[in-house]
Design a protein around this ligand. Sequence first.
Ligand SMILES: [Zn+2]
Length: 263
Amino acid sequence: MLAPTAWALMPSTPTPGGIAVLTLPPDAQSASYEDYPIWLIHEDDRAVALVGLGLDAKPGPHQLNWQDAEGHVRHLAFTVEDKHYPTQKLTVPPKMVDLDVATLERVRQEQSRIRAALTYYRPTSGDFPWPLAQPAAGPTSSPFGLRRLFNGKPRKPHSGLDIAAAEGTPIQTPAAGIVIDIGDFYFNGKTVFVDHGGGLVSMYCHLSSFAVQKGESLQPGQLLGQVGRTGRATGAHLHWGVALNGNLVDPALFLAAETAAQP
Ligand SMILES: [Zn+2]
């Protein structure tokens, strides 16, 4: 069993796509960033805010808002540092890049549905689930943050971690949670969204099949489905996304202890 303070080993990564670990006075009651509630951990002599930073976070000064014991809103300035992510060139069928009007409309609707899932917030008193086990066995085939050119055209950067695995490989939730949405999306294919509480949401894309239903409560390690290549996938793999306070961050940050433990 991991000690409940295991998260304290998580390094602060105040960069686009990172997690800033910020120290507040012990009387901090709550905190918010970009109007979104922040995961707050209370210790004897301090409170710790875990702030997820999107890939679009601008390097420079940022501000965390927090409430003291009297309910006064106070501010903590912190700095987001620049981080360079490499560029990846991908070739996909033209219909996956140049969308017709009907498909564009479908994608727009799906984007707002995905946004709703990734910004889902449920208060929790549980421990921050860190580190996490990798949800499927296999090597990383595409890291988080790559700037991407599809058929020579710039598209959104890679906001998750790709794990290469054969079709049918089991995918397990690395932490307890609730299935808040499930569906078959144009780009992401068959996808499961798991709410872990406190503004931590994970997503699993391109599945060949589902093993859970919307609304289901999950125990750590429970089967979510199987690896596939549905949606815009050049081969069978799991795209794993992790959102913290509504921002997609690098899932590898949650695997740090395991990585460090290896010789
Ligand atoms: Zn991916």
